[in-house]
Design a binder for this molecule. Structure first.
Ligand code: CDP
Ligand code: MG
Length: 738
């Protein structure tokens, strides 16, 4: 049985807490005594760490400045006004002494590779230096970030330093959110957004400088940008190109950019003691929480940074931390828990930068975003379970999923380095030294080699780049992956049989969405339900969980959620019902509360929906509404997602994908978990303990030959339709309506 999230550790975590509750109840009613007992429970499960001096040695780099001297300077600065302090802080960054030489190097060379330790001030300072040096007179200064949280947070910081309102002279642009204006001269944006800008401005004419930042992250979009900006540099001698990175492996970047010079900013790093567990940890989430609490009560002041793989884990860790410290009151110092992940609402993101009051300790629960993109001052202890959520793609089967995988050694070293930025620190690795040496890869595989390229190929095709095999990739994607993307775009009708962009393909490229979603939206017009389909597209694109299920009100929440599944079952329609229910009450907060729906996710869905409707207008998709025709809505969805089809296995136990058969399962959160229809389409696959289909709708197999006759043969679909299900199963929904 798979717990409600499909994540086994959650159950264990709960079990764990149950034990503690029972045990502390046993210890008696007398509060004072009970407290002492509680206290013991927190540390009862000590985790054994061993130090690896040799490893610690590799991280040691001379520090040039006495920490006390730094502190004195910082204290003096506090007395000044906030703006003066900000300006003083800028001068304390390792970057600052290199301001002049850097500007000289930029003046001299068109392309420059910049390498500097994380936190040295590359992202926040270099664009400002360029602005101060007058580059913004000739055009905008752009700076790309692989992560949207980083783009937002860095822009906010720089706006503060420049002393302007965010969105004016300093702004950011991320998917579904443009926080810039005509005045914007320093523009931070995700790498994906710059890629989109190429569609409207193929020579980046409005920019005088483009900084491709965090190049070491090697995200798919950054890798594609490399090829595009390299090309631009050739015919725009006036543009400056900066490639900045935190790794030492800058030669590779230099080689790729025709041997561009490398500018190195010497790092300031304090020694970090690295600890490994003596034996592997079965439950890293639990181990991370226990370790954090051990640090809290045994170690000197300094904040803690825990690397987790995603929102669900972060929320679980937060809850676990709160449970385990409940009732301890003043026996332990105050804990400030600060989560940070991609979908955290922006107003809550700044919490990680709040200064920790004396006596308290901040515990930052972060995804990989804190590895290099964001620098949080004051971190002295890093807890690294050694995992990251990555996409993985099998071009042979076309299966794409998010998988929790072990980090690379390079990544583990970056994480450890976060503990030694402002003083010596400690890093607790929740894996063995043997495992580090023998089981972790040396470097992370660039994303371009492990992801579906459908979106990027569509974009490159719309930029007029037809020969993708000949595109100048730093590390080319597997040929099979490129072919698969071309084939999928052909099946969707975005490319013709010569591989050229069709009119449909051009319209699809306008949407900053997966080609399957774009196709479904454009096609929805012919099914007379484009407004509903826009709603579905927005709801699946929020990236957040829509439903809220507090443990103490689980039954109420489940009842409320089941209401959205009335009628023909399917998660897509249920999501639409949620949105419509909310919209019908004039977007009421109370309604969200009563229906256990996350208000924030809904607001995001509303924003995305507005943008999708705007784009539909732009590519002339008429907005037609027909809420009641659920069959047509599902057909429209299937017209984009016919690739993602699965049918119930003969045994009735699990599903098989229709093309390239693979075993997949219904996600435990799906409304179809008990219905188990015979044929389904799914939005995506996620791999946790098993391969799960998430967001599922029932379809009729005959639709497949109707919608995608070039892709499905009658035989494939009829064969399976003939097979009868065991009695009492799968009768719900559409079977009778055929
Ligand atoms: O890009 P790099 O890693 O070299 O450094 P950065 O992101 O420019 O960070 C320089 C400094 O700005 C660090 O001390 C950060 O803590 C600070 N910063 C901040 O306080 N708030 C932000 N939102 C971003 C950076
Ligand atoms: Mg940076």
């Amino acid at each position: 049985d798979e717990g409600d999230e499909g994540t086994p550790w959650q159950e264990q975590a709960n079990w764990e807490t149950e034990q503690i509750k029972k045990a502390s109840m046993k210890t008696g009613a007398k509060d004072s005594q009970a407290k002492a007992k509680d206290y013991e429970f927190v540390f009862e499960d000590q985790i054994d760490f061993i130090t690896d001096q040799a490893m610690a040695g590799t991280l040691e780099v001379d520090d040039e400045e006495d920490p006390r001297e730094r502190e004195r300077k910082a204290r003096a600065a506090e007395k000044q006004s906030k703006q003066e302090k900000l300006q003083a802080d800028r001068k304390l960054l390792p970057m600052y002494p290199f301001r002049e030489p850097l500007l000289e190097a930029i003046a001299e060379h068109q392309v420059l590779i910049i390498v500097g330790e994380t936190g040295s001030g590359k992202t926040t300072q270099i664009p400002q230096y360029l602005h101060e040096a007058g580059y913004s007179k000739a055009g905008k200064i752009g700076c790309t970030q692989p992560r949207r949280v980083a783009a937002m947070s860095v822009a906010a910081r720089v706006a503060e330093e420049v002393d302007v309102k965010l969105g004016q002279e300093v702004g950011y642009s991320i998917r579904f959110e443009d926080c810039t204006s005509d005045k914007t001269i320093l523009k931070y944006m995700t790498d994906g957004m710059l890629l989109r800008e190429f569609l409207g401005e193929p020579d980046l004419a409005s920019y005088s400088v483009m900084m491709v930042d965090e190049a070491h992250e090697r995200t798919l979009h950054t890798d594609v940008l490399f090829g595009l900006v390299k090309d631009i540099a050739r015919f725009r001698p006036d543009i400056k190109l900066l490639i900045s990175s935190a790794t030492l492996d800058a030669e590779k970047f230099s080689d790729y950019f025709d041997h561009a010079p490398i500018f190195r900013i010497p790092g300031r790093r304090y020694p970090v003691d690295i600890m490994y567990t003596k034996a592997p940890e079965a439950n890293y989430l639990h181990a991370a929480v226990v370790t954090a609490l051990q640090v809290h009560v045994t170690q000197p002041a300094g904040d803690v940074l825990i690397f987790l793989t995603g929102q669900e884990e972060i929320e679980a860790a937060e809850e676990l931390l709160k449970q385990r410290t409940k009732g301890l009151g003043s026996r332990i110092g105050e804990l400030m828990i600060a989560p940070i992940y991609a979908n955290l609402p922006s107003d809550l993101q700044s919490k990680i930068f709040e200064v920790t009051p004396p006596g308290a300790r901040k515990i930052v629960l972060a995804t990989n975003i804190a590895e290099t993109s964001l620098t949080i001052d004051g971190i002295k202890y890093v807890i690294d379970p050694g995992f990251v959520k990555q996409n993985s793609y099998n071009p042979r089967s076309g299966m794409e999923s998010l998988v929790v995988t072990p980090v690379s050694q390079a990544s583990a070293n970056q994480r450890a380095g976060r503990a030694g930025r402002t003083s010596p620190g400690k890093c607790f690795r929740l894996y063995t030294a043997w495992s580090y040496q023998n089981e972790l890869d040396e470097n992370t595989v660039p994303e371009i080699q492990r992801t579906n390229l459908g979106n990027v190929v569509l974009m490159l095709k719309s930029l007029g780049i037809n020969d993708l095999m000949g595109f100048d990739f730093m590390d080319p994607p597997p040929t099979e992956t490129l072919l698969r993307a071309l084939e999928q775009l052909y099946a969707l009708g975005a490319l013709n049989d010569r591989g050229e962009l069709t009119k449909l393909g051009r319209r699809m490229a306008e949407f900053p969405l997966d080609p399957m979603l774009a196709k479904m939206i454009i096609n929805s017009e012919t099914y007379g339900c484009s407004e509903e389909v826009a709603t579905v597209a927005a709801m699946v694109s929020t990236g957040n969980s829509i439903f809220y299920r507090p443990k103490d009100k689980a039954v109420h929440a489940d009842n409320a959620h089941n209401n959205f599944h009335r009628g023909s079952p399917g998660d897509h329609i249920a999501l639409m019902n949620v949105f419509n229910g909310w919209a019908d009450t004039n977007f009421s907060t109370q309604w969200c509360y009563e229906n256990f729906v996350q208000m924030r996710s809904m607001k995001r869905a509303r924003d995305i929906r507005d943008q999708v409707l705007g784009l539909m207008e732009r590519v002339e998709v008429a907005v037609i509404s027909d809420r009641s025709n659920e069959e047509n809505i599902k057909k429209a969805i299937a017209s984009g997602f016919f690739y993602h089809t699965a049918k119930l296995a003969k045994s009735g136990a699990d599903y098989r994908t229709v093309k390239n058969p693979q075993t997949v399962h219904v996600h435990p959160q799906s409304g179809l978990i008990e219905v188990r229809p015979k044929w389904v389409i799914y939005h995506e696959l996620v791999q946790t303990s098993k391969e799960f289909m998430r967001t599922i709708s029932e379809i009729k197999p005959s639709w497949l030959t109707e919608i995608a006759p070039h892709y499905y043969s009658k035989r494939e679909v009829e064969d399976a339709a003939d097979k009868k299900l065991p009695k009492g199963q799968g009768k719900a929904g559409l079977d009778g309506a055929a």
